[in-house]
Design a protein around this ligand. Sequence first.
Ligand SMILES: [Zn+2]
Length: 212
Amino acid sequence: MYSIYQDGSDAGRFAAQIYRGLREGDLGAEPVVELACLMEEADLGCPPVREILERPAAELTSQEVARLGRDLLRATGFDQLWATLETAVKVVEGDVRAAGIDVVLGITFPNWDDSGCARVGCCGGYGSPAIWPSSGRDAGAALVEIADAVQDVVIEHIWGVWPICPEHRLGLHAAFVEGTAVWQCAGAGTHTAAAIGDLGLSSRQRHFCRSK
Ligand SMILES: [Zn+2]
């Protein structure tokens, strides 16, 4: 279903333009028509694709363009990819707040980048490394990638290390271990400090959750 969104693909670029246009209320017909053409070529034709290809673009009202743009994002699975990334941002935000750092995190396609990759940011600045929407294919892998990006923006925001291992006072790193997205510490041999999203739990609660 997500095959059309390979990293760096034209489809991803047009989907990003559609998403941004919908959010800002100024979606033009061009990226909608382009994405519909790519879907047709990839044998992903469906009623909205046919409607777009059969009607002259100049005839479409801005409401119709918006409706068709939303239909294409849904039909290609972009909606689910994006929802997975947004959920991951919320989970990691919980970890940031657990450290007493008051930030509002988000993920977006910044205006200055037309490549189709998203960035995580806090407090209005979106400066994280690039996140391809296709990262949302796997919730666990997405969580690790988002945690890594959030770590980047938070460190820049507070000019300090985050997150920190409660035992060793060393910086943690996001990793995927035995099917779980975790924060790992390099102290005393590598160990897992907590599952990503669980940093706010006390060590007793973490132990309890693990042993369940
Ligand atoms: Zn440690």
